[in-house]
Design a protein around this ligand. Structure first.
Ligand code: IMP
Length: 198
C-alpha cells in the first residue's frame, strides 16, 4: 500500500518476497527487492551468519534499513543436511528433490525441519534484531503438490498428512519457519522502530 513503510528484503528469490509480503499483510510494511547489483557471498557457517551477510550487503547498497533471511531443510538421516547448502544441493529445484529422495532412500527415520534465520540491520549494516523460526515434520516417500517452492513437495509438516506443496499458500504462511521468524521480527519492528519513527 502507498503509505506503508518500505523495507528492503535482501533476496533474489521472487517467491520468498511474495511469501514475506503475504505474511506481513496488514502490518503497515511492504518489503521490496534490493538493487540489481545485490550479489552476496554466502560463506557464513550458520543460517544466522548468512542472513546477516545478505542483510548487510543490501543495506549498504541501498543506504537503508534491510531485512534478510537464510533458510534451509535439515534432515536427521542426512546428519542435518542439506542444511546450509539446501539451495546449492543440485543445480535445479527438481534435481535437488530427486537427490534428497535418493539419499534418504528407504530410511525409517524421515524426521526433518525447515529453519529460517532473519537479520534486520540499519543502513550501516549494524544488527538491530535476529530471529529464528523452525517448522518440524518429515520427508515424504514421494513428491506431491505444486504450490510453494523448493523442497515443499517432499515436506510433510507435523500434524498434517499432506506436503506443504499440497496446501493453500495461506496455510503454509501460518505454520512455516519463515512466518514464525517474520512474525517475531514484525513484533520487534512495530514495538521498537515504528514507535521511534525511524
Ligand atoms: P536461501 O535461504 O535463499 O539461501 O535458500 C534456501 C533454500 O532452502 C531454498 O532455495 C530452498 O531450496 C530451501 N528452502 C528454504 N525455505 C523453503 C521453503 O519454505 N520451502 C521449500 N524449500 C525451502
Amino acid at each position: 500500500m502507498e503509505n506503508n513503510i518500505k523495507i528492503v528484503f535482501a533476496t533474489g528469490n521472487a517467491h520468498k518476497l511474495k511469501e514475506i509480503n503475504e505474511i506481513a499483510q496488514g502490518s503497515g510494511i511492504d518489503f521490496v527487492l534490493p538493487s540489481e547489483n545485490f550479489n552476496p557471498v554466502e560463506n557464513g557457517k550458520t543460517f544466522e551468519e548468512n542472513s546477516y551477510i545478505k542483510a548487510k550487503e543490501a543495506a549498504v547498497l541501498s543506504n537503508s534499513i534491510a531485512l534478510a533471511d537464510d533458510s534451509g531443510l535439515c534432515v536427521e538421516a542426512l546428519n542435518g543436511g542439506p542444511g546450509l547448502y539446501s539451495a546449492r544441493y543440485a543445480p535445479t529445484a527438481q534435481e535437488r528433490i530427486d537427490k534428497l529422495l535418493k539419499n534418504i532412500n528407504d530410511s525409517a527415520n524421515r524426521k526433518a525441519k525447515f529453519v529460517c534465520a532473519m537479520t534486520l540491520v540499519d543502513n550501516k549494516g549494524q544488527i538491530l534484531k535476529q530471529t529464528i523460526g523452525e517448522c518440524h515434520g518429515k520427508i515424504a516417500k514421494k513428491q506431491s503438490g505444486t504450490n510453494g517452492f523448493g523442497y515443499d513437495p517432499v515436506f510433510i509438516p507435523e500434524g498434517y498428512d499432506i506436503t506443504i506443496a499440497q496446501m493453500p499458500e495461506a496455510l503454509k504462511n501460518t505454520i512455516s519457519h519463515r512466518s514464525i521468524a517474520l512474525n517475531k521480527m514484525l513484533k520487534f519492528i512495530n514495538e521498537f522502530l515504528i514507535d521511534r519513527r525511524f
